[in-house]
Design a protein around this ligand. Structure first.
Ligand code: PLP
Length: 414
């Protein structure tokens, strides 16, 4: 969290005091550091410099236009999973020749949209999808580059919900079936099947699963090569969460002789530590044996990961006082939503907070706002980007009228 630091007991992002931002923009509030995003991107690029990969930022992690455009300006491509994410990409004038499109349930409409935009690769996740892309390409009179997403049957990732590469998961195509599709590629005259893709899961802290999946993939590429089938793109997805050098050192020896262009799809790695969620203490309840329940103004609708994945996120006071410096109190930090699963911390030793304190929930730049909802008819929070000593509102806080914008009250008779 190098760009989120205390200076004279005040938490700063870059050169901006967060208390001032909270007072000016209100809470709950997401805050992102531009410098952190750029540093992370450069660190990853540097670690893999030897093979010059195409780094496609995974838009789902944080799809705010300001965040995506900071990364594309650094040279990143985009990894998308929906027509909506492609729409966002066009709004920031991203280079479509650097866009890859994954997802098990692409609709006909989304496939058309991707073909018309001339994206780099549609990564197909089933033989039926390959057939559908071929039909649509035929109708549009286009020849389309696609990759096939391999399900390597490997266990990787934090929580079970974010593991995506086991045979029983819905993602990807088995090794055997991938071979069959490649061997029958003449059946798809409107496709250039030129890529292999996998994505193992999220929060993978060790390179070993990548090494395992790569060994399987490289053997497949070699078998295909023996049949004069050339693979131009090897897309190894995202999910990595360790220092990129360690990750690169483990996998570069395996791929250094491959002719295929390497594609990476980092989401969390780039954005998680580049963002925090600011929230304000509303009430404090005392329970037996000194336990405290701290009720804050952000809820699971604003930040879902603790409720959904039991994810641990550090929580710090925005102003450090002698009172809240030491972590001693057995505390739950909970939101206002009507669910007992609405919490950010459970039974944690935390500092003593008081009503009105601002708290920072750390590492919330990935899968934070992008998973936010209007549950309980709560307004989704604002988002702020910090650049040096200035801050910019990059998404306005919603208003009540946004909640009902597309709803209708039926009159008698419908
Ligand atoms: N690529 C694909 C296909 C994904 O499904 C995901 C996340 O679900 C990612 C990349 C990004 O993963 P992470 O944010 O863990 O790097």
């Amino acid at each position: 969290m190098s760009n989120f630091k205390y200076k004279r007991n005040q938490l700063y992002c870059e050169d901006v005091q967060l208390k001032e931002v909270a007072e000016s923009a209100g809470t709950p509030l997401y805050i992102y550091s531009e410098q952190s995003l750029i540093d992370k991107y450069k660190e990853l690029k540097q670690a893999f410099a030897f093979v010059k990969p195409l780094i496609c930022y995974s838009v789902k992690a944080n799809s705010n236009l300001a965040i995506c455009s900071i990364l594309t300006k650094q040279g990143a491509g985009l990894d998308i999973v929906s027509g909506g994410e492609l729409y966002r990409a066009t709004k920031i004038k991203a280079n479509c020749k650097k866009i890859v499109f994954a997802g098990v349930g692409k609709t006909e409409q989304e496939i058309k949209q991707a073909i018309k935009a001339n994206i780099l690769l549609i990564n197909a996740e089933s033989k039926q999808e390959v057939e559908r892309i071929d039909e649509i390409a035929d109708k549009l009179g286009k020849r389309v580059q696609i990759g096939l997403r391999l399900n390597p049957n490997i266990s990787a990732g934090g929580h079970g919900y974010i593991q995506t590469a086991k045979e029983e998961n819905k993602f990807g195509i088995s090794l055997q079936e991938i071979k069959e599709i490649f061997l029958q590629k003449e059946k798809f005259p409107h496709l250039d099947i030129c890529g292999i893709h996998f994505h193992l899961g999220s929060q993978i802290t060790h390179p070993q699963p990548f090494v395992k999946a790569l060994k399987k993939t490289i053997s497949l590429i070699q078998q295909l090569g023996n049949k004069q089938i050339k693979i131009s793109y090897l897309d190894i997805g995202g999910g990595f969460f360790q220092p990129p050098l360690q990750f690169a050192q483990a996998i570069l020896p395996l791929i250094k002789n491959l002719k295929a262009k390497l594609i990476l799809e980092p989401g969390r790695y780039l954005t998680a530590g580049s963002g925090i969620l600011l929230t304000k203490v509303l009430y404090i309840k005392e329970r037996k044996q000194g336990k405290k329940i701290v009720i804050v103004d952000a809820g699971m609708n604003d930040f879902l990961r603790p409720s959904l994945y039991d994810a641990h996120h550090e929580i710090l006071p925005v102003i450090r006082t002698p009172n809240n410096e030491h972590r001693t109190t057995n505390t739950d930090i909970v939101g206002p939503v009507c669910e007992s699963g609405d919490f950010f911390a459970k039974d944690r030793k935390l500092a003593l907070f008081k009503n009105g304190d601002f708290l920072a929930v750390l590492d919330t730049g990935a899968y934070g706002f992008s998973m936010a909802s209007n549950y309980n008819s709560r307004l989704r929070p604002a988002e702020v980007l910090i650049k040096g000593n200035k801050f910019f509102l990059v998404r306005e806080r919603e208003e009540y009228k946004d909640l009902i914008r597309r709803e209708k009250i039926l009159t008698d008779g419908g």
